[in-house]
Design a protein around this ligand. Sequence first.
Ligand code: UDX
Ligand code: ADP
Length: 413
Amino acid sequence: MKVCCIGAGYVGGPTMAVIALKCPDIEVAVVDISVPRIAAWNSDQLPIYEPGLDDVVKQCRGKNLFFSTDVEEHVREADIVFVSVNTPTKTSGLGAGKAADLTYWESAALMIADVSISDKIVGDKSTVPVKTAEAIEKILTHNSKGMKFQILSNPEFLAEGTAIQDLFNPDRVLIGGRETPEGNEAVQALKGVYAHWRISSVNAMSALCEATGADVTQVSYAVGKDTRIGPKFLNASVGFGGSCFQKDILNLVYICECNGLPEVAEHRKQIAILGFAFKKDTGDTRETPAIDVCKGLMGDKARLSIYDPQVTEDQVQRGLSMKKFDWDHPLHLQPMGPTTVKQPDFKRIYGNMQRPAFVLDGRNIVIAEQLREIGFIVYSTGKPLDSWLKDMPAVAKMPCTDWRPSLPHESIT
Ligand code: UDX
Ligand code: ADP
């Protein structure tokens, strides 16, 4: 069996690498129109950072895992074509700022129809709005040169930073297809791929389900399989970011709407920012809350030194100079230092800082008591304020959504 994945990004790359690892009998080609991205996948410096990804790619690349820009040739030869192209939030036109932009998906579908010389299963891995499969099916059938296509929805639930772990041990695998003999056959074929290592497969939204023709019992069953619904995803932080989660929520709101369901600084403060990506263990800076935090601080004329082991200086510059929703994915991610600053030497840092010295912990990861013993004033998201802060006027206290450095002197965020 030959599998081809269009889109060598955060979803396509890791997912296909794991499929190749777990299914030595399947030949997996990951294709992309971006020449630098494919070159990076074929180099020692992969274009994205995910813990464990390097090992998986090294084991399979050149054996049954290939990265190529020859999109058409690999699509033509494949039995199953996965589509994991980008589906960002629309920046203009109807639904701008909320709706998913499906132009990349549509052009991929047109290309599949154009080059195919055999019947194919087309599996959608991108996060797309309800009814997209139907629209894609129309594009494929109306442009087909006599070939038959079965469209399957097979969304990937991996989270960046834990992609490999999530792919190895998924809470669920969701495969949806037409309820016809041909549709069921295609579902079984795709199930066969995941059966190599995935044990389970999963076959409030009721108003939306009614409006769009979905079955709420199936939707709630699938959602209920996600163990993150519970304490795992209730950790307070500086705010959520990243391109996927926010995009999906905006788009869900949009779908519901469419369905009628209704300080001034005394002097320039010097602030060190530890961490810039939207969460740990990723180099992805799309929609990271760090951009808002840094822009707010810069708006108050603070001088920032920004460090993230997985993020390049160029990414930071681009992120800080762009308007919201103008962001495109970074092409080259190169670590700029050691993998992690695991234990910053806070005593030494404190010695070099002006007083009072602040630590603002947006992710609740420092041990506040230890830092207070050194002499820092520590503000941790969602935790009681230090007594020094309590005594300050309300305007100078920083709610977690507004990180303006109304506090004098230096801080580490
Ligand atoms: C998300 C979904 O988790 C995944 O299932 C879907 O397929 C794609 O979108 P991802 O965007 O990689 O994955 O990130 P996720 O781990 O969900 O985190 C999103 C943001 O919320 C991050 O900025 C994270 O730091 C923040 N977060 C998450 C919190 O602030 N607190 C939490 O408890 C969990
Ligand atoms: P995700 O986070 O969903 O994986 P990315 O932006 O990281 O999204 O990756 C999507 C990839 O899809 C990009 O590398 C982009 O170049 C690629 N892509 C978009 N359209 C096409 C297309 N028509 N053919 C091949 N690759 C495409």
